[in-house]
Design a protein around this ligand. Structure first.
Ligand code: FAD
Length: 406
């Protein structure tokens, strides 16, 4: 086995979490290697961005490039309930975009390269440990294995949850929203709303965990996702194509109307078991960010913005850990910050699925409306003392208590 080099930080995966963590670590003067198994650009799901994500992208200086890439502006999210009743609109918190992830992730990677992050296209296979501490990784390239040393190894491997699979981080635990399968594809010729709302995200639902997204990701292409419970998928569908057809027929007549003249331009794919959490997700010489430790339910499009935020916040923790030669204080602070924000988002999503009609009313409640818009814009980590999160949590606790008694 060949020994290559030593870095302050080695990052596994170059999605939004890995790229942002790399950029922020470089700003702090740390040396960074990012190891990504795929050649970019590569397909990825997760195409609608929150206002918080939009702000981070502007802070990176990428606004002009986003527009030049043809990513549509996102005015907001239109949520349409069963049989097209119970409709409500969520305006965005700050200007943001809908994206084709292959191009967006590539743009972030290029930005990281500009900041001096070194890149390798290779598969990380294992970790190197010394006296209980993680001190590096083993990766495979062209059938050869190499070692690289790190002061901190960052798992940004997304749903691959690399450090969990290696037994370094905890086991993947199923969360509330787990038993769903998402099937998705891209289409041309979809009927859109009139401007300025033609590039909204549209969420359509029929009942709990039966829903669909329509996201315009370019001037002419729309992403359609159909999410249904796992049991139903295996009962009614043989493949992702069946699931798409089932969703078009059964979730909302609005989907059929919008897609009546549309042509599919990509092969439908499915993803199952995408909701989980992992504890612990920090330790001596390592931490996990983004989907590598937790993913909720994609209904409110939190994934990319949480991955970006965690990448930035993790870089602060890593810098402190290296400077002070103490991982516990900064990494536990990162863990608590992350858990706090993720839990508020989880409460919001659960509240929506338990009380979808009340959720729509809360959007109109003048006492809560502003806070709910901010929470949906990604501010789940910055809402200490707000009323809305407490109201949602109380309602969920009451619901769980009744379920236990009943
Ligand atoms: P990823 O973007 O998954 O990046 C991980 C990278 O690690 C990949 O490039 C992978 O190739 C690489 N990797 C993995 N293992 C290794 C290895 N061993 N060695 C080297 N490289 C490795 N989010 C939104 O914001 N908006 C949405 O509309 C939205 N819709 C979604 C719909 C569905 C059905 C699902 C499941 C998710 C959705 N998400 C959405 C979530 C979003 O896709 C993720 O939260 C986001 O991509 C997480 O970013 P990340 O950087 O943590 O991981």
């Amino acid at each position: 086995m060949n020994m290559i080099k030593s870095y302050d930080v080695v990052i596994i995966g170059s999605g939004p979490a890995g790229s942002l963590c790399g950029i922020e670590c470089r700003k702090k003067g740390l040396s960074v290697l990012c190891v990504e198994k795929e050649e970019f650009p590569r397909f990825h799901i997760g195409e609608s961005l929150t206002g918080n994500a939009g702000q981070i992208i502007r802070d990176l200086g990428l606004a002009e490039q986003m527009t030049a890439a043809g990513f549509p502006d996102k005015p907001g999210v239109n949520v349409i309930g069963s049989l097209s009743k119970n409709e409500f609109f969520i305006p965005i918190l700050a200007p943001t975009w809908q994206v084709r992830r292959s191009d967006f992730d590539h743009m972030l990677k290029e930005k990281a390269l500009e900041h001096g992050v070194e890149y390798l296209t290779a598969l990380v296979k294992d970790v190197i440990k010394h006296e209980g501490k993680v001190v590096g990784a083993i990766y495979k390239k062209d059938d050869m294995e190499y070692q690289v040393r790190s002061k901190v190894l960052v798992d940004a491997s997304g749903q691959a949850t690399f450090l969990s699979r290696k037994g370094i981080a905890g086991k993947r635990e199923i969360e509330f929203f787990s038993q769903q399968i998402a099937s998705f594809a891209h289409f041309e010729g979809v009927e859109r709303d009139m401007p300025p709302f033609s590039t909204n995200t549209t969420i359509l639902y029929s009942k709990q965990y039966h829903w669909s997204w329509i996201i315009p990701i370019s001037p002419t292409t729309d992403s359609l996702g159909i999410v249904i419970p796992k049991d139903l998928y295996y009962q009614e569908c043989k493949n992702p194509e069946d699931a798409m057809a089932w969703g078009m027929e059964n979730i909302s007549p609005e989907i059929k109307r919008r897609f009546r003249n549309a042509t599919r331009t990509s092969t439908p794919e499915s993803m199952a078991d995408f909701s989980y959490r992992i504890e612990p997700f920090v330790g001596d010489g390592w931490l996990c960010i983004g989907d590598a430790h937790r993913f909720l339910d994609p209904i409110f499009s939190y994934g990319v913005s949480f991955a970006l935020k965690e990448g930035i916040r993790a870089a602060e923790a890593i810098d402190q850990a290296i400077k002070n030669d103490d991982w516990k204080t900064p990494f536990y602070a990162f863990r608590d910050w992350s858990n706090g924000g993720q839990q508020i988002a989880a409460d919001l999503i659960r509240y929506f699925w338990i009380y979808p009609i009340f959720f729509g009313y809360q959007m109109q409640n003048p006492d809560l409306r502003d806070e709910v818009i901010r929470l949906l814009g990604g501010c789940c980590f910055d809402c200490e003392g707000w009323k809305a999160p407490m109201i949602f949590r109380k309602a969920i606790e009451e619901y769980d208590r009744k379920q236990m008694v009943g």
